[in-house]
Design a protein around this ligand. Structure first.
Ligand SMILES: Cc1cc2nc3c(=O)[nH]c(=O)nc-3n(C[C@H](O)[C@H](O)[C@H](O)COP(=O)(O)OP(=O)(O)OC[C@H]3O[C@@H](n4cnc5c(N)ncnc54)[C@H](O)[C@@H]3O)c2cc1C
Length: 357
């Protein structure tokens, strides 16, 4: 008998878990409170990276997930990832060099680039430094479309994906989670996966478990579409920019966006003005819209993935950087739920670790 698994949430994390579970032979039902494709996911800058300031265990998980994106693209040809690489000069020179040295030590060097090389890569940039680094293995994607492609791939393997179906609480019997309560009653399952982004702690609370997390706000501006002006991801001090598949330049004070603090229109207009000053050809583009997203973030900033409190029938997967991490977390969750094996790369990312539970 295949395992029946409910996945709560159809953002990029739930979609990847659903796909990997269905591929592993599970009978999967995705329950989504709203439209499919996620909440944080659709507001993401969607940079696939193994960027700076992280401990080695987290860096290794991110590198593994980048590799799993490539595997996924072979399995699901409709997935469109642009492996454009990133140009980085958003840190003071000494920190940038320290980051490059750390990456080299860990076997994934960055490429130093001169001003001339930066301009060869991005001829439309107006203000560039004497030197920067390039991260060749980085990429970007369109996050909502990507989550939906993964959901379609899960469907093709037999998964049910139900939109507008909020889970009210987790259903528990004799200390085991046996499914979920919805508007149409209890839906039973052998395993229930919470991939509900910022709503994760609320669902855990329904069975008396806690997870310390926050959901910081981040605003991104989207220009009107333009012909190709940028070739890759550009990370400069106070301005991260990339151009989407449909030609919009998406900008944040950094990839995560700043808290608009009540002045979203003002912040979006400022960002668009910076884009116009930075990118030749973007002067007359104008702002089309802005988004404010909320990044689901466990309290210590790292992913929380596994069985909370060893609760039978329950699994949780919540993280920021979910666009980068979705492939690995999806694969590892499916392996743990279906074969009982926990990937060693998850060793430090239990939801029960100190400070979270
Ligand atoms: C501004 C911004 C920039 C970012 N930039 C990057 C980046 O450059 N690179 C990167 O890797 N990551 C980035 N992130 C983070 C990344 O987008 C998130 O980590 C990721 O989208 C989280 O996906 P998720 O599926 O966990 O959450 P979500 O996309 O929020 O999906 C959770 C889903 O669960 C559903 N749900 C919640 N409660 C229930 C319920 N009770 N019943 C049924 N369904 C429910 C919600 O409706 C939602 O659809 C960024 C995020 C933001 C906001």
């Amino acid at each position: 008998m295949p395992k029946r698994v409910i996945v709560i949430g159809s953002g990029i994390i739930g979609a990847s878990i659903a796909y990997h579970l269905a591929k592993g032979g599970a009978e999967v039902t995705v329950l989504e409170a709203g439209e499919t494709g996620g909440v944080a996911t659709r507001a993401s800058w969607a940079w696939i990276n193994a960027s700076w300031g992280n401990p080695e265990s987290y860096f290794r998980l991110r590198i593994r997930s980048i590799a799993q994106w490539h595997t996924l693209q072979k399995d699901v040809p409709a997935l469109a990832v642009d492996w454009c690489g990133g140009l980085i000069w958003d840190l003071p020179a000494n920190e940038l060099d320290a980051y490059a040295a750390e990456r080299a030590k860990w076997g994934h060097p960055l490429t130093p680039v001169s001003r001339a090389e930066i301009l060869a890569l991005e001829p439309n940039l107006t203000t560039v430094p004497e030197r920067a680094y390039r991260a060749p293995g980085e990429g970007m994607l369109e996050p909502l479309a990507t989550a939906r492609v993964l959901l379609d791939a899960a469907r093709a393997l037999g998964a049910d994906v139900l939109a507008e179906t909020p889970v009210k609480w987790l259903a528990e019997e004799h200390g085991r989670v046996v499914g979920v309560m919805t508007d149409v009653g209890v839906i039973h399952a052998d395993e229930t996966v919470i991939a509900a982004g910022a709503q994760t702690a609320k669902l855990l609370d329904s069975v008396g478990l806690s997870l310390a997390m926050s959901a910081p706000a981040g605003l991104l501006s989207h220009s009107k579409p333009a012909p190709r002006l940028l070739n890759g991801l550009v990370m400069t001090p106070g301005l991260h920019i990339r151009q989407t598949a449909e030609g919009r330049i998406v900008a944040g004070t950094d990839f995560a966006g700043a808290d608009p603090e009540g002045n979203a229109e003002g912040l979006a207009a400022d960002l668009q003005a910076k884009v116009a000053a930075m990118v030749r050809g973007a002067e007359g583009l104008g702002l089309d819209f802005h988004t404010v997203g909320y990044r689901p973030t466990p309290a210590d900033g790292f992913p929380a993935i596994g069985r909370p409190n060893r609760k039978n029938g329950l699994y949780v997967a919540v993280t920021h950087s979910g666009v980068t991490l979705a492939p690995a977390l999806g694969l590892f969750a499916a392996q743990e739920l279906l074969a009982g094996t926990r990937d060693p790369l998850l060793a430090t990312f239990s939801p029960d670790r100190s400070g979270l539970a």
